[in-house]
Design a binder for this molecule. Structure first.
Ligand code: SAH
Ligand code: SF4
Length: 358
């Protein structure tokens, strides 16, 4: 049976034995240890990144995603610039410190210019104070650089799985694993704080794969992690073959918490998000994520009218709420965990800052 070692670094075998651990007491001990490492290394502040999911138009066809190009049941939208800036202003006025712009993937000129304009205008309306993270998929070096120069300073691009074979099963042939890796390298070269992550509990994914994902985060010297359980989107090729029993959902949730805890113990000073997907599987999933070592929450501030059309997976929580309701609800949830909220702060990755000092 596994017990938490006091050595500086966990070895691969030790991480694997925790990933397979089923004993509730041992797991409680693991989460407690990860929470302590969080307090010792990044403190008890939870930082917000208000997320604006501004468009569900996507040129890609990832086999697991509800808004993939081939899903003709989706009503496609792009929020107007005015609506996006209004949401950004709300974040600023409510001291969210930082926001994330997320959308389906597009690489056309019109889109690139639209995003560049958004970044510049958000910087302006917040006197340079709002931090901007982008989650806009694969782009050329030039586009990433343009957006960086416009004022974005963090970028989230999940590797989805570090197992290339599995990656190839999850995507059509023209979505290349190598391109994704090169994008992560480009982002780092340009100077972004780089975030990545994986989906947890995918069909055919093993515990060994998940351990390798954690080692991948370290090898790539990643600054922040946004990862969460895979959740079935029924009208997708993977959703059609994936199991979706109560037991498997419980397992995906538990693996999600184990991944957070083990990543915190292994990598210590990075930012780790407790994602909405945890909450989709368990009403107090994000709180459990914070207790297992996460220190970032990404409250959805997308306008209520658009939430129902931005469903990467089925049963996305809070689609009937607005940003104000989410704020009050989250405050109570975080207080319940015993953490504080870093209102008005960027909450940059300490790992990134520590690197800069070297
Ligand atoms: N288009 C951009 C950003 C939006 S998708 C991109 O792909 O990077 C953001 C993330 O949603 C993806 O990286 C993927 O990990 C996650 N996602 C998509 N479908 C999902 C599903 N069925 N279950 C859980 N997460 C999913
Ligand atoms: Fe598009 Fe991102 Fe969904 Fe892939 S995961 S289909 S790129 S929105």
């Amino acid at each position: 049976m596994s017990s938490v070692s006091n050595e500086k670094e966990l070895g691969r075998n030790e991480i694997l034995s925790f990933m397979k651990e089923e004993n509730e007491e041992k797991l409680k001990e693991l989460y407690k240890k990860a929470y302590k490492i969080k307090l010792d290394n990044v403190g008890d502040k939870v930082y917000y990144r208000g997320i604006i999911e501004f468009s569900n138009i996507c040129q890609k066809n990832c086999n697991y995603c509800g808004i993939r190009k081939s899903n003709s049941d989706v009503h496609r939208f792009t929020m107007s610039e005015e609506e996006i800036l209004e949401s950004a202003k709300w974040s600023y006025e409510n001291s969210y410190g930082s926001l994330v712009l997320q959308s389906g993937e597009r690489q056309d000129e019109e889109y690139i210019e639209f995003v560049t304009g958004l970044i510049e205008k958000i910087k302006k309306l917040s006197n340079g104070e709002l931090g901007i993270t982008l989650s806009l998929g694969e782009q050329t070096f030039e586009t990433y650089e343009k957006w960086y120069n416009a004022g974005a300073h963090r970028y989230l691009l999940r590797i989805e799985t570090s197992n290339k074979e599995l990656y190839n099963k999850l995507h059509p042939a023209d979505h290349k694993f190598e391109t994704r890796i090169n994008c992560l390298k480009d982002l780092k070269k340009i100077g972004y704080q780089v975030g990545t992550g994986v989906m947890i509990g995918l069909p055919e994914q093993t515990e060994e794969d998940l351990v390798d994902d954690i080692l991948f985060f370290k090898d790539m010297d990643i600054d922040m992690i946004g990862m969460g359980p895979y959740i079935v989107s029924e009208k997708t090729p993977i959703g059609e073959i994936a199991q979706n029993s109560k037991e498997i959902k419980k397992k995906r949730f538990e693996l999600g918490l184990k991944m957070i805890a083990l990543t915190r113990i292994y990598l210590k000073d990075i930012n780790i998000a407790a994602t909405t997907a945890l909450q989709a599987l368990n009403p107090v999933g994000r709180e459990a994520g914070l207790k297992a070592g996460a220190n970032i929450i990404m409250p959805v501030i997308t306008h209520k009218n658009y939430r129902k059309d931005y469903q990467l997976y089925d049963n996305k929580p809070c689609i009937d709420d607005n940003a104000v309701e989410c704020k009050a609800c989250l405050e109570n949830r975080i207080k319940g965990v015993g953490d504080k909220i870093g209102y008005g702060e960027w909450g940059d990755s300490l790992h990134y800052k520590n690197k800069k000092k070297m």
